[in-house]
Design a protein around this ligand. Sequence first.
Ligand SMILES: [Fe+2]
Ligand SMILES: [Fe+2]
Length: 161
Amino acid sequence: MGNNLHKVNKILNSEKYKEYIKKNNECEMDREFCKHDINHFLDVARIAYIISLEKGLNYSKEVIYAIAILHDIGRWMQYEKGIPHEEASYILAQDLLKEVGFSEGEENLILQAILSHRKDGEDELNSIIYKSDKLSRKCFACNAEVKCNWSEDKKNFNIVY
Ligand SMILES: [Fe+2]
Ligand SMILES: [Fe+2]
């Protein structure tokens, strides 16, 4: 209850989760564009939670953090097997969420948000995650900014959170 992130911490400290983080890091060792590492995941978690609080919404902190730490966890499978990473992350998250203690409703919410994180949609939580994912990118401090194919109006030259 309340503010603790007990279930999220269980995932973060699990052997499987650590293995996938390592695989993402290995696949992106030479990547000059945005990485899909634990820093990105925590940026998304914190931004999404701030947005939710600012809007006076009632999403569980732990559900938001769970989505954020899992949304790109299968990125390595996109590199290795060409599976779109929202699908890969959805599959890996199903397993990682098992027996962590989320209710069935929360689990479904988390999994749906992972699966739809690459497109902005009608759903409020989906939209918060989508925005946070984009806002987390630090284009103003990026060495590869000029080469990046994000449109100029999408790039973050100012911080919002
Ligand atoms: Fe992603
Ligand atoms: Fe992401």
